[in-house]
Design a protein around this ligand. Structure first.
Ligand code: NAG
Ligand code: NAG
Ligand code: NAG
Ligand code: NAG
Ligand code: NAG
Ligand code: NAG
Ligand code: NAG
Ligand code: NAG
Ligand code: NAG
Ligand code: NAG
Ligand code: NAG
Length: 416
């Protein structure tokens, strides 16, 4: 059993672990004396559901600015509770048994409604998971140390604990100088009297995460669902004056992070208005608000202004005007069945799928004939061919002029 090989090191916790950049917590008892000490690093990987039942994964680390409310020390049991973000908490329970103590359970409780950590979550639930902690048989009045990574999986959550230094049931208000280290640390080095150097060098990730931007890896989104939208001049019973049908995705950059989001047409709020020279379509979902303003410049219409607001995460807002997208003759509709990518600005891109739109001159509530985008046309495949032909033509031209040139210079020589 590894425990038998547990080493006792005569260093103070503070001296040995000055390299650690973990989250440090001092819990004091009623007498204002230290009763529970912890310094640890902790990463989370949480899978959750987003729109369309899509599985998302939130990767984040325990931020440095945690609160230890709810931590407590009793004679036989102690609790370390770390609260962070918008109501999340991570806790570890310690029990005294005989001349040693152990941590029997880790509990992680997280709120999916916190969009800083769980952007795009389709649920508001608070979820609590528990798992056994692997901290056993720590001698009383000893610090427990484990530099090695400890992977803890509980349902939809994976937690990685490393650079751990804890002491429960601290006597006399000061941390112990004696250390019980975990078995995983021992196996990394056979030399017992030193802290494993390999672990020590890898264990110094210099990151400060007071703000902890949650990083969701950019996974390719499914094709957005096509929504059918119509605006009527007055009330829903009258025939439509603006028609639009498309799948919509926006890409936006915020804090140097690029993100894409599909617009969910289910339950979306549709509003807008039709005018002679300007019409508007406003789509509002739980996550996104997108307003399209179209302009009629007597002969043609086009998308002039785009106003995008992202309601999740730390939010995003941008209004772009003077656009020249989807330009079409008045009296026709604009159509583009292929995926159309439009770069609106450095921060914003618009992706449309199965697009058909008519903001002016709708007759009998139906789309007029369509002007189809170039991407859709059967001729678009000709582009590479045309380029090839032009290139070969150029090569032939160069060849001919070279041959003519040679001929000329030869006759030149002969005439001398
Ligand atoms: C947790 O780890 C297991 C095994 O490594 C992996 O299959 C699973 O996807 C992980 N879950 C999360 C939420 O990261
Ligand atoms: C999500 O999945 C659940 C069952 O897993 C199903 O009942 C529900 O209809 C799905 N919702 C969507 C939007 O696909
Ligand atoms: C912990 O998470 C951060 C980012 O969330 C990552 O950079 C780091 O590599 C992770 N460390 C471990 C040991 O998983
Ligand atoms: C989440 O809560 C907010 C208000 O607290 C509510 O407006 C919203 O509908 C809820 N969303 C879900 C998916 O339950
Ligand atoms: C550390 O452990 C040794 C041997 O178990 C003991 O003699 C010594 O008093 C301990 N030191 C502290 C500060 O507890
Ligand atoms: C984070 O670290 C950078 C340098 O790495 C430093 O400039 C910055 O002030 C630190 N931020 C905080 C909040 O500690
Ligand atoms: C509204 O439409 C319904 C059927 O779609 C029709 O029965 C009703 O008469 C209409 N009301 C008006 C005021 O036109
Ligand atoms: C953009 O839309 C928001 C609502 O989402 C609105 O408050 C704002 O006034 C709009 N901006 C412009 C310039 O239309
Ligand atoms: C739109 O373009 C016109 C001329 O093309 C210019 O005068 C105007 O300032 C532009 N407006 C914006 C908001 O860029
Ligand atoms: C549009 O962008 C996506 C990536 O976001 C890319 O896969 C696709 O090929 C692009 N389509 C066009 C027509 O440029
Ligand atoms: C477009 O604008 C012109 C001039 O402003 C107007 O005469 C025409 O009726 C408008 N077309 C539509 C379909 O509203």
């Amino acid at each position: 059993m590894y425990r038998c090989a547990a080493f006792v090191l005569l260093f103070s916790c503070g001296v040995v672990f000055h390299q650690s950049h973990g989250v440090e917590v001092n819990v004091t008892g009623e007498d204002k004396k230290l009763c529970l000490y912890a310094n640890l690093m902790l990463n989370f990987s949480v899978s959750y559901k987003g729109a369309d039942n899509k599985t998302l994964t939130a990767l984040f680390k325990l931020p440095e600015n945690v609160m230890s409310d709810g931590s407590k020390c009793d004679e036989k049991t102690s609790t370390l509770k770390l609260n962070f973000g918008d109501g999340h908490s991570w806790s570890m329970n310690f029990n005294k048994s005989g001349k040693s103590y152990l941590a029997d359970q880790i509990t992680f409780s997280y709120k999916l409604s916190d969009s800083n950590y769980f952007p795009g979550s389709s649920s508001n639930k608070t979820i609590t998971v528990s798992q056994n902690a692997n901290i056993n048989d720590v001698e009383l009045d000893n610090c427990y140390s484990c530099k090695s990574k400890d992977e803890i999986s509980a349902n939809l959550v994976n937690m990685t604990l490393w650079n751990v230094l804890v002491q429960a049931f601290v006597a006399n208000g000061s941390k112990s100088e004696n250390i019980t280290s975990c078995s995983a640390d021992h196996s990394t080095t056979p030399v017992p009297t030193t802290i494993p150097t390999t672990a020590a060098t890898t264990a110094a990730p210099v990151t400060n995460t007071t703000t902890t931007p949650p990083t969701t890896p950019p996974t390719p989104l499914p094709t957005p669902q096509t929504g059918n939208y119509s605006i009527s001049p007055s009330g829903p019973n009258t025939t439509a004056c603006l028609l639009a049908s498309f799948g919509l995705r926006i890409g936006f950059k915020q804090n140097q992070t690029y993100q894409e989001m599909n617009f969910d047409p289910h339950g979306a709020n549709v509003s807008g208005k039709c005018g002679v020279s300007s019409s508007e379509l406003v789509l509002v979902s739980e996550e996104l608000t997108v307003a399209f303003t179209f302009v009629n410049d007597t002969k043609k219409f086009r998308l002039l202004t785009l106003n995008v607001t992202v309601n999740t995460g730390s939010g995003f807002h941008e209004v772009d005007t003077n656009l020249t997208l989807w330009e079409t003759n008045i009296g026709s509709s604009y159509m583009c069945n292929k995926e159309q990518n439009s770069t609106i600005s450095d921060q914003l891109s618009l992706y449309t799928f199965n697009l058909r739109v008519q903001p002016f001159g709708v007759k009998k509530g139906d789309f007029s004939t369509a002007d189809e985008c170039f991407l859709d046309s059967d001729l678009s495949f000709l582009v590479p061919i045309a380029v090839g032909v032009a290139l070969s033509f150029l090569i032939i031209l160069v060849l001919i002029s070279y041959l003519i040139g040679r001929r000329k210079s030869r006759t030149g020589y002969q005439s001398v």
